[in-house]
Design a protein around this ligand. Structure first.
Ligand code: HEC
Ligand code: HEC
Ligand code: HEC
Length: 114
């Protein structure tokens, strides 16, 4: 086998196994309907945010990667009501706006749907 061919094969093996590693991770649902209390629920684009953010812990250091964990963490008092909304969601949207980038909603009705 020619050395170049060997390299091509090696590179493809590394490339495809790295894709496999990423897809082996459970990235959860594509969109998730979040409980927004009296204000109305939030239709959250989970995978779209994963693509933008690239670091699960920006959100999941506050609540685990499991369905219903946001409400559970609020119920158990690990996080306060509106803490994630203010210190994670709105904070980033505001920072992105300041930086002149694409940003998410800052107004209540941009996130909370009735
Ligand atoms: C911008 C915030 C944010 C980021 C970043 C984020 N998640 Fe999530 N994730 C959430 C929210 C909100 C929930 C819903 C929790 C609940 O149901 O109470 C969730 C739920 C989940 C769940 C539970 C299953 C489900 O779909 O309900 C899994 C698994 C998960 N995330 C994996 C990941 C992984 C892996 C990454 C990184 C590649 C990631 N998340 C990045 C916000 C985020
Ligand atoms: C960027 C999206 C976003 C915007 C903008 C936003 N919210 Fe929220 N809100 C959330 C999320 C996510 C939750 C659930 C997590 C939490 O409580 O931190 C929430 C939760 C809430 C809750 C329920 C808290 C509880 O547990 O009882 C209320 C009430 C609320 N928001 C009011 C508001 C009001 C009023 C505004 C406008 C001034 C607003 N929100 C703007 C995303 C948003
Ligand atoms: C680190 C930054 C960051 C964090 C954290 C973040 N967002 Fe966003 N969000 C964005 C950006 C950037 C966009 C705009 C994407 C675009 O239009 O290109 C966006 C868009 C949105 C949109 C509009 C989506 C649409 O359909 O156009 C909603 C709703 C939203 N975010 C809710 C949330 C909620 C709820 C949270 C917290 C659980 C959150 N975001 C956390 C960066 C963030």
């Amino acid at each position: 086998m020619k050395p170049l061919k060997k390299i091509v094969i090696l590179v493809s093996v590394i490339f495809f196994s790295s894709i496999f590693c990423v897809s082996a991770q459970n990235t959860g649902k594509k969109t998730i309907l979040l409980n927004g209390g009296k204000k109305g629920n939030i239709n959250f684009e989970h995978h779209m945010h994963q693509a933008i953010i690239n670091d699960c812990l920006i959100c999941h250091s506050f609540f685990p990667q499991k369905p219903g964990s946001l409400d559970e963490s609020k119920d158990s008092g690990t996080i306060k009501a509106k803490q994630v909304m203010n210190t994670v969601c709105i904070k980033c949207h505001r920072d992105m706006k300041k930086a002149g980038k694409h940003y998410g909603p800052l107004q209540c009705s941009g996130c909370h749907i009735k």
